[in-house]
Design a protein around this ligand. Structure first.
Ligand code: PEP
Length: 263
């Protein structure tokens, strides 16, 4: 279903009127985690100023440590809905458990499945049946074949509104949090008709790498990027060191402007 064999034209996925696909480079930005209304609103306004047309923000956070901030849950979803109302930005947010899909889908415009759940087949089937566009991150140890098969689980439930997100993979190299597999973008675009975006924040894991990796992503032809921004990253409850700050936004906007889509 997701292969280009029977579907030669590349697809565009529309999220509440915002296209992600071959004719555009979509910027999705926002806080890694929803912490407060004020923080989410400030981050959303930063995102919008940089040209973002979709707001990201996690209310359910899949943290490596059980002692780390796990997200605000439904209270976080309510904040996202409020900020959508105030900024006009549709929201992309993660669902980590099949039991929460209906709840998250009742607020979200796009459901995100993260790297840790990329082969949670029950979750993939549940999001496939939820009637909302899905962003499927690549599993941190998944081959491209495994990633596409995960997308197939979503598609099999009748939902072809799937955007694939390369977010770095585990390699032997510890200098970055994950190794961004930039070649996955054109490889997957040739194998699948689905849009492919890149997450430069979770791949590099460091603020100073986010703009260079964004440049690489758009240069190689990604259909979009998803980027963490935070008004006060030193106080962030999740992934502050990778969040862009106000001073980075002009350069982010310039990168997005200067690289037209590679058709
Ligand atoms: C995220 O985008 O909030 C996230 C946790 O990303 P990943 O699943 O790629 O680690």
């Amino acid at each position: 279903l997701v292969s280009r064999e029977n579907h030669p034209d590349r697809s565009t996925v529309t999220v509440r009127g915002v296209p992600i696909g071959p004719d555009t480079v979509t910027l999705i930005a926002g806080p890694c985690a929803v912490e407060t209304t004020q923080q989410t609103l400030e981050a959303a306004l930063m995102a919008k100023a940089a040209g973002a047309t979709l707001l990201r923000g996690g209310a359910f956070k899949p943290r490596t440590s059980p002692y780390a901030f796990q997200g605000l849950g439904e209270a976080g979803l309510r904040i996202l809905a409020d900020v959508r109302e105030r900024t006009g930005l549709p929201i992309v947010t993660e669902v980590v458990d099949a039991h929460d899909v209906a709840l998250v889908a009742s607020y979200a415009d796009m459901l995100q499945v993260g790297t840790r759940n990329a082969q949670n087949f029950a979750l993939l089937q549940a999001v496939g049946a939820a009637g909302k566009p899905v962003m499927l991150k690549r599993g941190m140890t998944a081959t491209i074949e495994e990633w596409l098969m995960a997308a197939e689980y979503v598609a099999q439930r009748g939902n072809l509104d799937i955007v694939l997100c390369e977010r770095g993979i585990r390699t032997y190299e510890p200098a970055t949090r994950n190794t961004l597999d930039i070649s996955a973008v054109p490889v997957v675009q040739r194998l699948s008709h689905l849009p492919v975006i890149v997450d430069p924040s979770h791949s590099g894991g460091r603020r100073d790498l986010v703009l260079p990796l964004t440049r690489a992503a758009v240069a190689v032809g990604a259909d979009g990027v998803i980027i963490d921004v935070h008004p006060h990253p030193e106080q962030a409850l999740c992934d502050g060191p990778q969040a862009l700050v106000d001073g980075d936004l002009d350069r982010l906007a310039a990168i997005m402007r200067d690289f037209p889509p590679l058709v």
